[in-house]
Design a protein around this ligand. Structure first.
Ligand code: PMP
Length: 325
């Protein structure tokens, strides 16, 4: 196996040695992750024709409970991605939800975890197309801590790659093959010394991070690019609207210019993996004084309390996985 640029900082969830012994759902059964294998002729492997979700589950040590975050919203988006990719007849929201919960429960996680349901074109055949192919699905889960820093503020940089536009690959669906685009952006940013990429649209407006939506604060108003700026319609992003209302912070969607980020009072990225991650600098310009600003900090505190089931106003976000003792 050859690893290029092995000295670059890791940007992936660390694989644990006993990962193969975790339980996943594959081809209709709960099996060892190490035994869940696909043939190399699988269409999704050949052409990236799968769709997926990333769902976090948070361990609450006081309650000894694992809380899965926003399962329903993720499954609805997964089913929408399937529709876009011409995959009819997929499990219902309830059926998928049950499997996600089972996979988390069977792994007996006592730490934060990440669950990935995926539907993929399973026909073993050469031929680029979407129609007339079979599909199958799996659900796996692995332990996962922070994906990027969530406390100090991260250095970010815009990259030369552009966000693939909705006219090329549907932006609002999580298609496995489409992730080559953010992978180019993330690696360019990291190899240039930044922690995360800020990706622009084809016409140079701010779209999002490599796997996060972006918010900035100007004059006390939270601003985020609109759903027609080639963003993924993030579930955490939608959560920011709820948190903004809860904290009484004005919020709006509109196009953002790159140079606005240079003079913004605050910038943060958010996503299931990234959670809420304040941005310390953009293209070597400090955001504010380079430390997480007051609005980002309030939002971040609310988010991290909400996801561990600590805020009654956000209990509808979380599903307890274990029966309470
Ligand atoms: N944009 C992209 C490209 C992503 O991959 C993600 C992560 N799913 C996000 C934004 C954030 O979306 P969410 O909050 O639903 O995880």
């Amino acid at each position: 196996m050859v690893t290029e640029h092995a000295t670059a900082p890791a940007a992936t969830a660390a694989a644990t040695p006993d990962q193969n012994n975790l339980t996943c759902f594959f081809q209709g059964r709960y099996v060892r992750l190490g035994d869940a294998r696909i043939p190399i002729m699988t269409h999704a492997f050949l052409y990236g024709t799968g769709v997926f979700e990333g769902i976090r589950a948070y361990w609450n040590p006081d309650e000894k409970q694992l809380y899965a975050l926003r399962i329903k919203e993720h499954i609805v988006r997964l089913r929408n991605s399937c529709k876009i990719m011409l995959m009819a007849e997929v499990p219902s929201v309830d059926e998928f939800t049950e499997i996600v919960e089972q996979v988390l429960r069977r792994n007996e996680f006592h730490e934060d975890a990440y669950c990935r349901p995926s539907v993929y074109k399973s026909t073993e055949a050469i031929g680029v197309k979407l129609h007339g192919l079979t599909h199958d699905f799996y659900v796996l889960a692995v332990p996962m801590g922070d994906y990027i820093d969530t406390e100090k503020g991260i250095p970010t940089g815009t990259v030369s790659w552009r966000r693939s536009s909705d006219t090329a690959i549907p932006s609002r669906s999580k298609i496995t093959g489409s992730y080559v685009n953010p992978a180019f952006s993330k690696s360019e940013a990291m190899l240039n010394g930044f922690d995360e990429a800020i990706v622009l649209t084809q016409d140079g407006h701010v779209s999002e991070g490599s796997a996060e939506n972006l918010f900035m604060v100007r004059d006390g108003v939270l601003i985020t690019p609109s759903v027609s700026d080639d963003i993924l319609e993030g579930i955490t992003r939608a959560g920011m609207f709820e948190i903004a209302e809860y904290l009484d912070i004005p919020i709006k969607e509109r196009q953002i210019d790159r140079s606005e980020l240079y003079i913004a009072d605050e910038v943060f990225l958010c996503g299931t993996g990234a959670q809420v991650s304040p941005v310390a600098s953009v293209d070597h310009r400090a955001v504010g004084d380079g430390r997480p600003g007051p609005i980002s900090s309030r939002i971040s505190k609310t988010y991290f309390d909400a996801v561990r089931g600590r805020l009654p106003a956000f209990r509808h976000w979380v599903t307890p996985i274990y029966a309470s003792e």
